[in-house]
Every structure is written in structure tokens, then in C-alpha cells.
Design a binder for this molecule. Structure first.
Ligand code: PLP
Length: 391
């Protein structure tokens, strides 16, 4: 019987205690007791599937989360981390060494850019940045000695889409590992593994929790990569996910499909409503015909644009006026939350970038990013119209 993602999101990875509970238990424990000194020695030598040593290495609730999201994504295994950034850092740092070459798209979340531009290069890794939407640039940058390629399948905040299959084919031709930050595509709209990605990283903080409670992340890949490369690095460097947060994420996964579908439908309606607004110089959403990778959205994401959109009010002054006039949508910087959230990337999430870098990435002074929540779509449209009228 083939089981769909949606069913795996409810039943995947369950481990029951001797009480046979229905809802997953929180094993809020750092350590585990051994029956004898010999048993402790044996477990340190080789722990079995249901044997744990210390919560930094693994924990039953964390393991349930890892197995559930791996089942949904279609990878053999996964390793959970304390945040999305710990997942990005763990995936890259665990596999790279001085002298290695990495090619990365330039349109990245600020902290991802920091890891590639500042951290990896400090340890002697050479990084070449490309325009992720331009296959010729990928082709020119990937070399016989390239060890990994990294990109956000849909970029933050301008929603550029990278062709996962085409870039993976170029990378695999030289034996490079393809690492994809898939947050904006979400596990619901992306089949990154089928398209060729080797390693997928998520910030679980976003759609997996989906209710703004806890930080978390996960690295997904083959059993070999997760257990031989990622696990030794992460278990000794310490970015472990707490069992309580893992439990929040596990329960979040049960409703993720419903939430992401509803938020995506709403985002599309809001983008359509804003697209006709004469006061906005740009409305960015992948299903709009004006989006440069509209066709790729149709083929790679089944025509679904995700839960985030962006629009340009023309100037920082206008954007601030609009933000300050919002009555329902919150000014904050998370995304994927049940509550709609508006962000001014140029002065917050991407503040660190130079004006030149912002210009290259299309992060203009008037740009507002909107993460669409679970409110009534009509209320959000009315709130946005009121905010735009205030300009
Ligand atoms: C939020 C985000 C991250 C980082 O996740 P945290 O959980 O905040 O550490 C990484 N990549 C993308 C694309 C994100 O949106």
C-alpha cells in the first residue's frame, strides 16, 4: 500500500511506550539508565534503533519527529537541530573541509549568507555565488572539484525559484552534493528529493511548528550521510533540539498539510487582489504571470506559490506608513505562522546587507514581505487595503 504524505504526517515515526498512548509522549529526559555496566559499554559501542545514550545524541521524542518528517519528505533519515540555522550550518560544516569549493545562489536568507560568506571562507572553503535563476551561471561556476552546491529553492524575500532538477544534474555531473534550503517551498509543495536534491534542510520554526512557539530545524538525507557525516558533527557540537520542542513540531506536522494548503490559497487570493493595485510598483508571487519563474512554479511546485508574497510600496516612508496602519496583520519577522506577519526586509532581516547587495537581490526600500496566516482572507485583504490607503 502506498501511503500519502498527508497520512505519514499523522502516523509517521510513532514510538509507543509500555502504556500504548495515542498521542506521542514527551520524553523530557537528558539521559537513559543501563541495566548493567556491560550494557552501558555495549550501547556506547553501538546503539540499536531504540537505544539512546544522551539527549545531545538523540532522544525518543526527537527521533519521532525526525522519522516523521523524513517519511513526509521521502528521505531515508533525518537529524533534528535546535534551529533552522543549526541545520544549515550542520549540513554544510559537517561535510566540508579547507580547500573545498562550494557554489551557492546569491539570493539567500541573511544568516545563510553569513555562513557561506563569512564562516566557511574563514575555514578555507572557497565559495562562488551565482544568480540562482540563471543556469548559465551555475554551469560556469560548477567545477570538476566542486564539493557542494547550496540554494534556497524559493528565495527569501523576493521568491526567486531555482530549477532543482537542472542544477542537480549539473552538480551530479561532477559528483557534488546538492543541499537545498526548502523552507519557502514547504514540504507540501516541493518534491525536492524526486527532483535530485541530496540533502534538504528546513527551519521547523516556520510551517512545521506553524504556531510561532519554538525554534527547530532538521537535516534530511540518506542514512549514510545523516549517520556518518551529520550525526558525529552535531552530537559533539551540541545544537540538539529539545524534546519539548520536538513534540511541538511533531504535533505541528499533523496539521501542516491543512495549514499550508489554506495559507497558500489565501496568499494566492491576496496576491491577485493586490496585483491590480495602482499604488504598488511590484507584487511578487509565483502564480502571477508577471513572476519571472512562473513556468517553473507550475512544473516544480504544481502551480502552488507557497504562503508568502511580497509587494513594493515605492519607498521606505510609504512602506512604514502601510505597516503602521495595519490592524490585524502583525509587524514581525517570522513566517509560516497561523498569524499573518508583515516584514520590512531592508531594515530588519536583511539590514546587514550593503545597499549594493540589497539592490542586486531586489530588496528595495519599499518592499514588504507578507507571510499569510490562517485568518479569513477577506479580513486580510481589507486590512491591507486600509494600510495601502494610509500611504
Ligand atoms: C527562517 C529561515 C532559516 C533559519 O531558521 P531559524 O529556525 O530561524 O534558525 C533558514 N532559511 C530560511 C529560508 C528561513 O526562512
Amino acid at each position: 500500500m502506498t501511503i500519502s504524505k498527508r497520512t505519514k504526517a499523522v502516523h509517521g515515526g510513532v514510538r509507543r511506550s509500555q502504556y500504548n498512548e495515542v498521542s506521542e509522549a514527551i520524553f523530557l529526559t537528558q539521559g537513559f539508565v543501563y541495566d548493567s555496566a556491560e550494557a552501558a559499554e555495549a550501547r556506547f559501542l553501538k546503539a540499536g534503533d531504540d537505544e539512546f545514550i544522551y539527549a545531545r545524541y538523540g532522544n525518543p521524542t526527537v527521533r519521532m519527529f525526525e522519522e516523521r518528517i523524513a517519511a513526509i519528505e521521502g528521505t531515508e533519515d533525518g537529524f533534528a537541530t535546535a534551529s533552522g540555522m543549526a541545520a544549515v550550518n550542520g549540513a554544510l560544516t559537517s561535510m566540508l573541509r579547507a580547500g573545498d569549493h562550494v557554489v551557492s545562489s546569491r539570493a539567500l536568507f541573511g544568516s545563510c549568507l553569513y555562513i557561506l560568506e563569512d564562516v566557511l571562507t574563514r575555514f578555507g572553503v572557497e565559495v562562488t555565488f551565482v544568480d540562482g535563476t540563471d543556469l548559465d551561471q551555475w554551469k560556469a561556476a560548477i567545477r570538476p572539484d566542486t564539493k557542494a552546491v547550496f540554494f534556497e529553492s524559493m528565495s527569501n524575500p523576493t521568491l526567486e525559484i531555482v530549477d532543482i532538477r537542472a542544477v542537480s544534474d549539473l552538480a551530479h555531473a561532477v559528483g557534488a552534493t546538492v543541499i537545498v534550503d526548502n523552507v519557502f517551498s514547504t514540504p507540501i509543495w516541493s518534491d525536492a528529493v524526486a527532483l535530485g536534491a541530496d540533502v534538504i534542510v528546513y527551519s521547523a520554526t516556520k510551517h512545521m511548528d506553524g504556531q510561532g512557539r519554538a525554534l527547530g530545524g532538521v537535516i534530511l538525507g540518506t542514512k549514510e550521510f545523516i549517520r556518518k557525516t551529520v550525526e558525529p558533527y552535531l552530537k559533539h557540537t551540541g545544537a540538539a533540539l529539545s524534546p519539548f520542542s520536538a513534540w511541538l513540531m511533531l504535533k505541528g506536522l499533523e496539521t501542516m498539510d491543512l495549514r499550508v494548503r489554506a495559507q497558500t490559497e489565501s496568499a494566492r487570493s491576496i496576491a491577485d487582489a493586490l496585483a491590480g493595485d495602482a499604488g504598488l510598483s511590484r507584487v511578487i508571487y509565483p502564480t502571477l504571470e508577471t513572476h519571472p519563474q512562473h513556468d517553473l512554479c507550475l512544473s516544480q511546485m504544481g502551480g502552488k506559490g507557497g504562503t508568502v508574497l511580497a509587494f513594493d510600496c515605492g519607498s521606505q516612508e510609504a512602506a512604514f506608513k502601510a505597516l503602521n496602519a495595519l490592524e490585524i496583520v502583525l509587524i514581525s519577522n517570522n513566517l509560516g505562522d497561523a498569524k499573518s506577519i508583515a516584514t520590512h526586509p531592508a531594515t530588519t532581516t536583511h539590514q546587514r546587507l550593503s545597499d549594493e547587495q540589497k539592490a542586486i537581490l531586489g530588496i528595495t526600500p519599499g518592499l514588504i514581505r507578507l507571510s499569510v496566516g490562517l485568518e479569513d482572507t477577506a479580513d486580510i485583504v481589507a486590512d491591507l487595503r486600509g494600510a495601502l490607503a494610509a500611504i
